[in-house]
Ligand binder design. Structure first.
Ligand code: APR
Length: 255
């Protein structure tokens, strides 16, 4: 592990084209947000076909909101953890250029990351599927606390969180930005994702083909990575940052 750790720190510190971080639910686990596919994960408690698919929402939005209220209570309590803060610090150090995240919880931004691409949208806004009108989560907070499905002020339809459901396309610009970033980076730092959901699961392979080194941080690594750090992100990332902070100046200005 020590050798792997030193090699991973070097791969992050000594890059000329910068590091892109690709993150998933594992990064937010220490903030109290359960992952999707673990034993006590969301999709083991709620059938994703019945609660996570866009057709399920269109068929019976009130039913899907029963799951969303539970999720919302968790999100309300969540604060950035040491993993989010470490990734934000890597940006401040000029190491990380972009964070590509599948998480819709906004915790990377709250930790201080500024170049965040939300590939699966965001829970901070809600959208009307009929007229495309949007409201912020803050605007409907009272409704959520009362566990009443929030409605559009224009057409009265039930609103959907602006996070991507199964069966929905990913935000096009976000996907384009992600492709551009991984094709240009020297190192892809993949943290806390099972890499099972496409098209995001293709990004590590895309980066590899473009010549990037892959570093993976996950208690159960899943990728054919150059450096696999098996452990929780909230413990390992701060250690990596400390090591990078202590190394000599290592990179050019981020693009
Ligand atoms: N630190 C880092 N990784 C962790 C930690 C931790 N402390 N704890 C668990 N993990 C890892 C797990 O080993 C697993 O590989 O996080 C990963 C979580 O995987 P998933 O639950 O599948 O989450 P994710 O990959 O983000 O899911 C992708 O699926 O349902 C959709 O839209 C949803 O964005 C989500 C997408």
């Amino acid at each position: 592990m020590t050798d792997q750790f030193a090699a991973a720190a070097r791969a992050l510190a000594a890059t000329d084209r910068g590091v892109v971080s690709l993150t998933g639910a594992g990064v937010s686990l220490a903030s109290g947000i359960p992952t999707f596919r673990s034993d006590d994960g969301l999709w083991n408690r709620y059938d994703p076909v019945e609660y996570g698919h866009i057709e399920a929402f269109k068929r019976d939005p009130e039913k899907v909101w029963r799951m969303l209220f539970d999720l919302d209570e968790i999100l309300e309590q969540a604060r950035p953890n040491a993993a989010h803060r470490a990734i934000a610090e890597l940006e401040q150090l000029g190491v990380v250029t972009h964070v590509l995240t599948q998480n819709a919880d906004g915790l990377h931004q709250r930790a201080g990351s500024t170049h965040v691409v939300e590939l699966h949208g965001s829970n901070r806004t809600l959208v009307c599927l009929t007229c495309d009108h949007r409201r912020t989560r803050e605007e409907v907070r009272g409704t959520l606390t009362a566990r009443t499905a929030p409605r559009c002020t224009t057409c009265e339809e039930v609103l959907k969180p602006d996070a991507v459901f199964f069966g929905e396309p990913l935000p096009r610009q976000a996907l384009r930005d992600a492709h551009d970033a991984v094709e240009r980076c020297s190192t892809l730092l993949v943290v806390g994702t099972s890499a099972e959901v496409y098209p995001v699961a293709d990004l590590p392979q895309l980066a590899r083909v473009a010549g990037a080194t892959i570093v993976e941080v996950n208690p159960e690594p899943v990728l054919p990575a150059d450096h696999r750090l098996a452990g929780p992100a909230e413990e390992l990332l701060p250690q990596l940052v400390a090591r990078i902070r202590d190394t000599e100046p290592h990179h050019e200005e981020p693009r």
